[in-house]
Design a protein around this ligand. Structure first.
Ligand code: 13P
Ligand code: SF4
Length: 314
């Protein structure tokens, strides 16, 4: 892992100055900034595209720009590199990983596949490239049910998120064989928080991410990916919303819906890795072309098949 100390002297440049230089370098170098919905407000403000995992993967595959600066966690930047191998993909904080993605490894997955020879394997996109290279198809939280229904098998090994696996199982007769991974951020949402929020805001719509525990998901009005929640907030007649996902999304929801109110389900829940990227890291990234995302070519080629298969499902 490279030393990620920022070269930019934070004290000498204001946020406005850093933002202006980032915009200037983006134009000069023909770069494109992709930002996940959980990033800090000042990083969201830089976005050419602000989105969920599926949207950002699709946009990476389609872009005509020379450089992609990916502001999200490592598996997302890796996915962009695999889908757009002729572009320079930069990840400003290569130490920003997703703990859930690290919960499944190739050896364990191969063993599980050997135990279930008739099953096909679906990997949530929150996995490392080596794991994607072992599976039939990837999915995100916005197309997981469609992918499982679309795949030609009655038994499906689903890695790594057991909560998303449980959610998918509600919509399919196929047998889902889950892995025991989870997201530590979404695990923090509790049934007691749902009860307290319902009492405080009885007229609000409760939206939660399918990475939440099944008991929380069962009480929600809407279960959706982060972009799914953005769409719901725009189109719903409700004026108030309780949001059961990482707090970065609430910033976007408020920005885009000034007449509506958004509250975190219980205390705000933060993904530490999503918050690692700051303006000075994006600026250094563009100034010095760092940090270049690489994946071993054979792994990338096999992972790309599973990702391209995923992109067939809207
Ligand atoms: P989305 O694809 O819904 O944005 O989710 C990504 C993620 O990491 C959720 O924790
Ligand atoms: Fe990973 Fe959870 Fe953070 Fe999403 S919120 S990147 S699943 S740790």
């Amino acid at each position: 892992m490279p030393n990620i100390a920022s070269m930019t002297d934070e004290k000498s440049l204001s946020n406005e100055e850093m933002t202006a230089e980032i915009k200037c370098l983006t134009r000069e170098k023909d770069a494109f900034i992709l930002v996940h919905n959980y990033q800090l407000p000042e990083i969201q403000a830089l976005a050419d595209i602000l989105g969920d995992s599926l949207d950002l993967a699709r946009r990476s595959a389609e872009t005509m720009h020379k450089i992609i600066v990916f502001c999200g966690v490592r598996f997302m930047a890796e996915t962009a590199h695999i889908l757009a191998p002729d572009k320079l993909v930069l990840h400003p904080r290569p130490d920003a990983g997703c703990p859930m993605a690290d919960m499944v490894d190739v050896e364990g997955l191969r063993n599980l596949k050997a135990e279930h020879p008739r099953a096909k394997t679906v990997a949530y996109v929150n996995t490392n490239a080596e794991v994607k290279a072992e599976v039939d198809v990837c999915c995100t939280s916005s197309n997981a049910v469609k992918v499982v229904e679309g795949i030609d098998a009655a038994e499906i090994i689903f890695v790594p998120d057991c909560n998303l696996a449980d959610y998918v199982q509600r919509f399919t007769k196929k047998k889902i064989i889950p892995w025991a991974g989870f997201c530590y951020v979404h695990r923090r949402f509790k049934v007691e928080e749902v009860e307290a929020s319902r009492n405080q805001f009885p007229d609000a719509l409760l939206m939660v991410h399918p990475e939440c525990d099944p008991e929380v998901v069962a009480l929600a009005d809407v279960v959706a990916s982060t972009n799914g929640m953005v769409k719901e907030a725009k189109t719903s007649k409700h004026k108030r919303f309780i949001v059961g996902t990482e707090e970065g999304l609430i910033h976007r929801l408020k920005q885009e819906n000034p007449g509506k109110e958004f509250y975190s389900l219980g205390s705000p829940k933060i993904c530490e890795n999503m918050k690692k990227i700051r303006l000075e890291h994006v600026l250094d990234s563009l100034r010095m072309d760092q940090y270049k995302v690489t994946v071993e070519p054979d792994v990338a080629a096999r992972a790309k098949k599973a990702l391209n298969e995923m992109l067939r499902y809207v």
